[in-house]
Design a protein around this ligand. Structure first.
Ligand code: PLP
Length: 499
């Protein structure tokens, strides 16, 4: 204390970190900032154009000793941070998959930050656990999931941060269930199945769960099945593995693969999983949202055989990141794999097994009040609006696909099932690399313009461009402008190539 000068002391006394009136004043200013950001979002380059390390050059090397005015911070936000933001919510954002925000999702996120609870067990905030159970049942009903996934029986839903965490906890539950079932099986004999289109999250989950890398089978797909996993190839691989003394235990099917939105044949795969006593996980991280529409629900046919099902409400269902919905039929298998019960967390309701303690359904202990976001989205919008929102994007993707089909220089290279269009600029006949450089250059040209942002993939060895329609503000005019830009850049590149 003696070392502090008077000014320091004054600052410390003045600090009121959760003063209600300051929160009100600053909160309004920050909401205004965000609202203005959305108003002007189209004026920014969609893909940030900054160079690596740009921020270090313009921010101080250490934190301030004394408080700074909010206005100064917001000013820096506008002029130093925003240039380094890639605008996922821009209507001209078509890369990867969408990651929706909405007013309802934003408000839910604010409320969650407001309460700032850490709801690892029921006791730590009963409403957080109970609201999560309820909204996950609501969403399960919107998706017409089998009753076994509802909380009324042995199953139920839980909000994970990401689809990667969802597949990891499913894999851990499956691993332990299998090892419990047959004590003679060692972890080194456990085999996991997916396809070469399965998201890399499965491979990462295997690495974390101790599955030997050589026992992670990512079976080849091809254009002959539109990049869906072939049940025959799976059956043959399982038979061979079983014959050599290995233990097939986990199958991950995808509804809407990341590269091209391929849909694995759930009914056939589910039967194979059942016959082989494997855990069957369905990853519908992106396309799950579309399945709230009756006309797309058939893509989930076969989910009845799944042990776990996952979709990301934060991708395409207007729920701000993060909100990954996972349902399991047997919640006990998660608890058996993930539960710990240290003295300092013990309490009467948990001991009496009257409640869910979600800490036992996930990797971390602490958890946020994420159900508020989903609750706000469902209540402020309603399922009919959410269905129409999805339909709107699929219509825009269809429109973009038609534009492509009308220009013989371009080719659609995989069926468009939802709102992702995979295409490429056809290579001139004498192209030494089958048009790879041409398409890479096209991607670079449109992205560096800042007008739109697309991403790419490789299918059947070919470099492919992807347009994923799904940002909340995207309208037909944005699709038209994106197409015009693609055509212009293509013309330029083809002219250069011809020289
Ligand atoms: N599964 C699929 C099909 C995906 O498309 C993605 C991401 O796009 C993931 C899993 C991983 O998602 P997350 O970032 O939620 O882990």
């Amino acid at each position: 204390m003696e070392n502090c000068n008077g000014e320091d002391m004054k600052q410390r006394v003045a600090l009121k970190p959760m003063d209600a009136e300051q929160l009100r004043e600053y909160g309004h200013k920050v909401v205004d900032f965000v609202a203005d950001y959305y108003k002007s979002i189209e004026s920014f380059p969609v893909l940030s154009q900054v160079k690596p390390g740009y921020l270090k050059e313009i921010l101080p090397q250490s934190a301030p000793n004394h408080p700074e005015p909010l206005e100064d911070v917001l000013n820096d936000l506008q002029h130093k941070i925003v240039p380094g933001v890639t605008h996922w919510q821009s209507p001209n954002y078509f890369a990867y998959f969408p990651s929706n925000s909405s007013t309802a999702g934003f408000l839910g996120e604010m409320l969650s930050a407001g309460f700032n609870i850490v709801g690892f067990s029921w006791l730590t905030s009963p409403a957080a656990t109970e609201l999560e159970v309820i909204v996950m049942d609501w969403l399960a009903k919107m998706l017409k999931l089998p009753e076994q996934f509802l909380s009324s029986g042995n199953g139920g839903g839980v909000i994970q941060g990401t689809a990667s965490e969802a597949v990891l906890v499913a894999l851990l539950a499956a691993r332990d269930r299998t090892l419990r079932r047959d004590e003679s099986v060692g972890i080194d004999r456990l085999v996991v199945y997916g396809s070469d289109q399965t998201h890399s999250a499965l491979k990462k989950a295997c690495q974390i769960a101790g599955i030997h890398p050589k026992n992670c089978r990512l079976l080849p797909t091809s254009s002959s099945t539109n990049y869906a996993l072939n049940p025959k190839v799976l059956c043959e691989t399982i038979s061979e593995d079983s014959r050599t003394g290995l233990c097939p235990f986990f199958l991950c099917a995808t509804v809407g693969t990341t590269s091209s939105t391929a849909v694995d044949p759930l009914p056939a795969l589910g039967k194979i999983a059942k016959d082989s006593k494997m855990w069957f996980h369905v990853d519908a991280a992106y396309a799950g949202s579309a399945c709230i529409c009756p006309e797309y629900r058939h893509y989930l046919d076969g989910v009845e055989e799944a042990d776990s099902f996952n979709m990301n409400a934060h991708k395409w269902l207007l729920t701000n990141f993060d909100c990954s919905a996972l349902w399991v039929k047997d919640s006990n298998s998660l608890v058996q794999a993930l539960s710990t019960n240290p003295e300092f967390l013990k309490n009467k309701v948990s001991e009496e097994r009257l409640v869910i303690d979600y800490k036992d359904w996930q990797v971390p202990l602490g958890r946020r009040f994420r159900s508020l976001k989903l609750w706000m989205v469902m209540r402020l919008y309603g399922s009919e609006n959410l269905q129409n929102y999805i339909r709107g994007h699929i219509k825009l993707a269809e429109y973009f696909e038609q534009l492509l089909v009308g220009d013989p220089r371009f080719k659609v290279v995989a069926p468009r099932t939802f709102a992702l269009v995979c295409f490429r600029l056809e290579a001139p006949k004498n192209s030494p690399d089958n048009g790879e450089k041409l398409n890479r250059d096209l991607l670079e040209a449109v992205n560096s313009s800042g007008d739109i942002f697309l991403s790419h993939t490789v299918l059947s060895g070919q470099f492919i461009l992807r347009v994923a329609v799904g940002a909340p503000l995207t309208e037909e005019r944005h699709i038209k402008a994106a197409w015009k830009l693609l055509q212009e850049k293509a013309t330029l590149l083809l002219e250069q190539d011809a020289l």
